[in-house]
Design a protein around this ligand. Structure first.
Ligand code: ZN
Length: 464
C-alpha cells in the first residue's frame, strides 16, 4: 500500500524537467518512474498538465509566537496554514519571538509551543545579542538552530531581550546598537559553529541622521521615507560585514536585500572567495516606489521597497546565482497598526501565502524559469541551511514534500482568502498567472486549491 501516488506530473528540479509518477511510502519518496507500479494508494493526485516541485522552504518567517507572543498579530497556527496554502512545506522561524530564542533552552521552549500549531515542518533560528549571549551560541548550534540572526543596528531591551524599534539615547534598561568591535566578536563566535550569521543590513546612525533631516523638511511621502533609509544605509553595513566575514571566515548571509547595488557587492566578494550569500523577498521583486501612493503603509517594510532599477538588479542577481534564495520575510501586524499611516505604521507585511504567486507569475512573464523556482524556493534554501537532500530535493528516500503547480491558472488575488491572522496584502486586487494547487508534506496532502486539509502535523527539523 502506497501512502500517496502523484501521477502524470512534470517533475521540476533546478536543472531538469521530466514527466513521471511519484510513489510515496512511509512519508518518503519510494519510486520515481514513467511506469505504473502495482498496489493501492491511500491518496492519489492526478497532476496531468501540472508541475511538481520539491515543497518550498520559507527561510525567513516572523510568526510572532512564543509563550508571550504577539498573538494578536499572528501565530504559528496561522502562519504555517498560510505557508501551506502557498506551497511551503518547511518554515525557518526567526528568533525575535517572545521570549526570544537566545539560548538552547529557549529554542526547545519555542519548539514545544509551536509544534502543536505546525501545519508544516519547521526549523528555528538563534538570535545573536552580542555580549549578552555570545557564550550561548555553541549550545544553540548543538540544539539544532538552522543559523544565527543578528539585527545589526537595533537596540535591545536588557531585561526581556526584545528588539527596540524606536530607540533614542537616554532610554532606560536598553542596550544601544552594538559597535563594530562587538559585531566582530559575534562573527568570530558564529564562525566556530560553521553555521551562517544572517544580518539585517541597514546602518542605524545614517538612518537616524537622515530621518531627523527629512522630518525637519516636513515632507512625509514615500520619497521622503526612501531618503531617510537610502541605498547607502544598506551598502555601508554589507561592506563592513563582508570585511568581517573575509577576516574571520564566517558564512555571512545578507537578509532581505532591497537595493540593486548590494548585488554587485555580494557578487564581487563571492569572486574574491568570501563566503557570503544573499536573499531577497517577493515585495522587492514585484513592487517599486511607484506603487507607494496606491498602497500607503501596505508597502512599508525595512529595508524599504525601492526603485525599478533596484528591482531589475535583484532579478538579475537571482538569475545569475549571486542571490541564492527568495523568502517571504512574513511579518504581519494587526489592521489597527498597519492602517496608522506611512510613518507611524510598523514595518512588515503578511507575505508567506503570496510568495509563490509572485514567483510563478514571474515565470509566466519570462523573468525566470520554473526550474529557477525549484532552485530559489526549494533546493538552495535546503542547501544553504544543511537540510538538503532530506528537504528541497526530489530524490528517492527523501521527505515526500511537494508543491503541485498549475502554471496556467489566471486569477485576481483577494486578500480575504488569506490564512494569516491579519488579512492584509499589498497584492490585493492584482492579477496573477500561476498558482500552487496542492501541497503535500511527507506524503500527506496538507493544502488543496487554496484551503487547508486536515490538522497540524508538522515536525521540528534540524540541520543534518
Ligand atoms: Zn525579517
Amino acid at each position: 500500500m502506497w501512502d500517496h501516488v502523484i501521477k502524470n506530473g512534470t517533475l521540476v528540479k533546478s536543472t531538469t524537467t521530466e514527466k513521471a509518477n511519484i510513489y510515496v511510502k512511509d512519508g518518503k519518496i519510494a519510486a520515481i518512474t514513467s511506469e505504473e507500479l502495482p498496489g493501492e494508494a491511500l491518496e492519489t493526485t492526478d497532476a496531468s498538465g501540472k508541475y511538481v516541485l520539491p515543497g518550498f522552504i520559507d527561510t525567513h518567517v516572523h510568526s510572532r509566537d512564543g509563550r508571550n507572543g504577539a498573538h494578536y498579530k499572528e501565530d504559528f497556527y496561522h502562519s504555517s496554514m498560510a505557508g501551506a496554502c502557498g506551497g511551503i512545506t518547511t518554515i525557518y522561524e526567526m528568533p525575535n519571538c517572545n521570549p526570544a530564542v537566545y539560548n538552547a533552552d529557549m529554542m526547545h521552549d519555542l519548539v514545544e509551543v509551536i509544534t502543536p500549531k505546525a501545519f508544516v515542518d519547521f526549523g528555528v533560528w538563534g538570535l545573536c545579542l552580542g555580549p549578552l549571549n555570545n557564550s550561548e551560541l555553541a549550545g544553540m548550534d548543538k540544539a539544532g538552530v538552522v543559523g544565527f540572526k543578528f539585527f545589526w543596528g537595533y537596540a535591545i531591551d536588557s531585561k526581556t531581550y526584545q528588539l527596540v524599534y524606536n530607540y533614542h539615547e537616554g532610554m532606560e534598561n536598553i542596550i544601544p546598537p552594538l559597535d563594530v568591535g562587538e559585531v566582530y566578536k559575534i562573527f568570530r563566535e558564529v564562525a566556530k559553529t560553521g553555521k551562517m550569521v544572517a544580518i539585517h543590513a541597514e546602518d542605524f546612525h545614517l538612518i537616524k541622521t537622515l530621518t531627523e533631516e527629512v522630518k525637519e523638511s516636513g515632507e512625509t511621502d514615500y520619497a521622503a521615507m526612501l531618503r531617510s533609509r537610502p541605498v547607502l544605509s544598506e551598502l555601508l553595513v554589507i561592506n563592513t560585514a563582508i570585511q568581517l566575514a573575509r577576516e574571520l571566515g564566517t558564512h555571512l548571509h545578507i537578509l532581505h536585500l532591497a537595493c540593486g547595488d548590494g548585488v554587485d557587492l555580494i557578487r564581487q566578494a563571492q569572486k574574491e572567495g568570501v563566503h557570503v550569500t544573499g536573499e531577497t523577498c517577493p515585495h522587492y521583486l514585484a513592487l517599486t516606489d511607484q506603487d507607494a501612493e496606491a498602497l500607503g503603509s501596505m508597502i512599508k517594510g525595512y529595508p524599504p521597497v525601492r526603485t525599478q532599477y533596484d528591482q531589475d538588479k535583484l532579478w538579475e542577481g537571482l538569475r545569475d546565482g549571486t542571490l541564492s534564495l527568495v523568502c517571504s520575510d512574513h511579518a504581519p501586524h494587526s489592521p489597527e497598526e498597519k492602517l496608522k499611516g506611512l510613518w507611524d505604521a510598523p514595518a512588515g507585511m503578511a507575505t508567506s501565502e503570496t510568495m509563490s504567486m509572485v514567483m510563478l507569475d514571474a515565470v509566466n512573464k519570462g523573468k525566470i524559469t520554473i526550474n529557477d523556482v525549484a532552485r530559489l524556493l526549494s533546493e538552495n534554501p535546503a542547501k544553504e541551511f544543511g537540510t538538503y537532500p532530506l528537504k528541497g530535493s526530489l530524490e528517492i528516500g527523501t521527505d515526500a514534500d511537494f508543491a503541485v503547480v498549475d502554471l496556467d491558472q489566471k486569477y485576481v488575488f483577494d486578500q480575504n482568502s488569506m490564512h494569516s491572522r491579519t488579512k492584509l496584502s499589498p497584492y490585493n486586487g492584482r492579477a496573477f498567472q500561476g498558482k500552487v494547487v496542492e501541497t503535500i508534506l511527507r506524503g500527506r496532502t496538507i493544502a488543496k486549491d487554496g484551503d487547508i486539509v486536515g490538522e497540524p502535523g508538522g515536525h521540528f527539523i534540524r540541520p543534518l
